[in-house]
Write a protein that binds this ligand. Structure first.
Ligand SMILES: [Zn+2]
Length: 286
């Protein structure tokens, strides 16, 4: 039995609300060598930066929750005003590749170059240099953490080796979980993919159960959503109910991934040995 995690303000559990602002970038990268000759999925994905983001921002404003948005450089360049609006509303901007390239698709130099370019653009739009990264599709190359640390980033939020913040390769990891990724429930692009999306009420129930479990165990719920999926009207209503339930519980800390990473870096030394296993740059225990 490990010591309970020291959540800010003495709370029992943690909640990070995060969005991967992908739009069409994953499809553009995946089909870069064989464009499909069909614009339907491009349009489905463009719903995110065109409409979904506004429903999402309205929901966050209404619930008083500040979120983290992981933004590919290509999306920031294409939808600059939407990204500026996210920053102006008080949310955190963080890195998510240039055109949603999973780290394993690039060598170390390529990863460094795409993230430097994206970081420069986000800093130009917001005046703030991003402190964190989420890998596209939750993948990570063996040398990825070293590249991220070399860029001076404070945290990563791509892997799922714990259910509390932890250290990996000189970074703070804000762990994710497939069970709290909306793509698993809502992604339905037609074609040969026949599985219907979950209803918003079903996902509310599933994620409310995640929140209940975290409050019991003293762990983190790190919601990973996409405006092209979760930005639909019925779905933002479900999200609003969930955020209100988290608030009303009174024992859940809610904040950005960057805030949680800074908290972990500031407080974890006092609990070293329980929360932080020393590792080499790949994350292998020493
Ligand atoms: Zn993504």
């Amino acid at each position: 039995m490990s010591a309970s995690y020291p959540w800010p303000g003495g709370h029992r559990a943690g909640l990070c609300v995060t969005f991967d602002f992908d739009g069409e970038s994953p499809l553009l990268w995946r089909r870069r060598n064989d464009p499909p000759g069909d614009v339907a999925e491009l349009e489905q994905r463009r719903y995110g930066p065109r409409r979904g983001i506004h429903h999402v921002l309205g929901t966050l404003e209404r619930t008083g929750v500040r979120a983290t948005f992981f933004v590919p450089g290509h999306i920031a360049a294409t939808y600059r005003s939407a990204v500026a609006e996210i920053h102006a509303a008080g949310h955190e901007l963080a890195l998510h590749g240039w055109c949603h390239e999973p780290p394993a698709d690039l060598d170390a130099g390529g990863l460094r170059d795409t993230l430097t370019r994206a970081s420069d653009l986000l800093a130009d739009i917001s005046g703030v240099r991003p402190a964190g990264y989420r890998s596209p599709s939750f993948r990570m190359s063996p040398d990825g953490f070293e590249v991220l640390a070399g860029l001076g980033l404070a945290y990563d939020s791509s892997v799922m080796g714990d259910d509390r913040p932890y250290r990996i390769g000189g970074l703070v990891e804000i762990p994710v979980d497939w069970a709290t990724d909306d793509a698993v429930y809502y992604r339905c692009t037609g074609g040969t993919e026949t599985r219907p999306p979950y209803g918003a009420g079903d996902l509310y129930d599933a994620w409310h159960a995640e929140l209940t479990g975290a409050r019991e165990a003293g762990t983190l719920v790190n919601l990973t959503m996409h405006p092209w999926l979760s930005g639909r009207p019925a779905r933002v209503l479900g999200l609003r109910r969930l955020l209100e339930a988290a608030r009303e519980s009174g024992d859940v800390w809610i904040g950005t991934a960057g805030e949680l990473a800074a908290h972990h870096r500031a407080t974890a030394p006092g609990t070293a040995g329980v929360l932080d296993v020393p590792t080499d740059t790949l994350g292998w225990p020493l």
